[in-house]
Design a protein around this ligand. Structure first.
Ligand SMILES: [Zn+2]
Ligand SMILES: [Zn+2]
Length: 387
């Protein structure tokens, strides 16, 4: 079963939706235009139920099969939000909003799930119920969690959930997946190091937090290099080093460090948090300063469930003749929150040889639409086969 003919036929229409969404990117929960567009299309397709405002700006559509006797309910999720990046593609349908851009391809994800919803509402060739989920705020706002907290899974009785992301560098329209931990937990932290400021020509009369913070930055590298099991994955990055002085000749009283920790296991997550605290406190004390760590657990590890992953891979193989084992990703994905609530799987669809996601020259590849839509439709038709 290759790409469904129906999606080859619908590709131009779905591409037009995608480019319209691309030209009007919206950030975090402010996906008002996109959410309205999604809801309007779902109603036009004849969905049995369309609910807006789930998890602030999320949209849910319900499509019942020809029969529903199986009692099965499958959730399909796409993300709708863009990034605060200035687009540099020069495309005719480039962002019309300065400082915002669909640089992660969520325009493509939304359009593909709409395409699948249109087909499923038309054909209804399955026994059960499909819940199409369009979420805001994947890029940092935890929109998936906000939708779950709004009762997404319970309100519509969702039993399993599936997600998809386009992947630059992966052959166009091909698939890749892995079972178990897949995308990293993305924690953020801030450490304030306090000393005593003064004249830069009289360092002996100060307690210099800059030198102290520099030691902490260096020592933080030992968490991954010396503390974590080398065959496990752990990233500790310092991304901001800011002092309270703007002058050439003043030793500041305070330095603020910011960074992120990426892990794929609860053990490494605990380890990174505790070691970061111990290194900060210990070095600061040794140098006469005081360090305070503020560590925030952000998106959890995204873990694919084995049974649903095997099924998702089987469906992918039916469409493109292959399904590769995806590499581990140290980036985050808030679909992790949905996979904590229900079993399911998340797959990558190849975007071909394009700029990477989050790059100002990135663009979703419309040629991936038939494969992506076919995967959504086959997930439904094979998971809930009609009698
Ligand atoms: Zn992204
Ligand atoms: Zn993304």
């Amino acid at each position: 079963m290759p790409v469904k003919n129906s999606f080859a036929d619908r590709q131009d229409e779905i591409t037009a939706w995608r480019r319209d969404i691309h030209a009007h990117p919206e950030i975090l929960f402010d996906t008002h235009r996109t959410s309205a567009l999604v809801a309007e299309k779902l109603r036009a397709f004849g969905c049995d139920e369309v609910v807006e405002g789930v998890g602030r700006t999320g949209v849910v559509g319900v499509i019942k099969g020809k029969a529903t006797g199986s009692g099965k309910v499958v959730g399909l999720r796409a993300d709708m939000d863009a990034l605060p990046i200035e687009e540099a593609t020069g495309l005719p349908y480039a962002s019309k909003t300065p400082g915002a851009m669909h640089a992660c391809g969520h325009d493509g994800h939304t359009a593909m799930l709409l395409g699948a919803a249109e087909y499923l509402a038309e054909t209804r060739n399955f026994d059960g119920t499909v819940v199409v989920i369009f979420q805001p705020a994947e890029e940092g706002g935890g929109g998936a969690k906000v939708m779950c907290d709004d009762g997404l899974m319970e309100r519509w009785g969702v039993q399993e959930v599936y997600g998809m992301h386009n992947w630059p560098g992966q052959p166009l329209g091909s698939f890749a997946i892995r079972t178990g931990p897949f995308f990293a937990a993305t924690d953020i932290w801030q450490m304030v190091i306090e000393g005593r400021g003064g004249h830069a020509a009289k360092p002996h009369e100060t307690v210099d937090p800059v030198v102290c913070a520099a030691q902490i930055v260096s020592a933080a590298q030992t968490i991954a290099a010396r503390n974590a099991d080398p065959v496990s994955q752990l990233v500790v990055s310092v991304t901001s080093f800011e002092t309270s002085s703007k002058a050439f000749n003043v030793i500041p009283a305070r330095v603020t460090l910011k960074g992120t920790v990426r892990t794929l296991s609860p053990e490494n997550r605990d380890l990174a948090e505790s070691r970061l605290g111990a290194i900060g406190t210990g070095i600061a004390e040794a140098m006469g300063c005081k360090a305070t760590l503020d560590y925030t657990r952000n998106y959890p590890v995204m873990v694919n469930h084995p049974e649903q992953t095997e099924f998702a891979a089987e469906v992918a193989r039916g469409i493109s003749g292959q399904c590769a084992e995806a590499p581990l990703v140290m980036g985050g994905e808030d679909f992790a929150f949905m996979l904590e609530e229900r079993p399911g799987a998340y797959i990558l669809v190849g975007n071909g040889d394009t700029a990477a996601v989050h790059h100002p020259e990135y663009n979703f590849n419309d040629e991936a639409i038939p494969a992506g839509c076919s995967w959504w439709a086959e997930i439904v038709e094979q998971r809930m086969p009609a009698a």
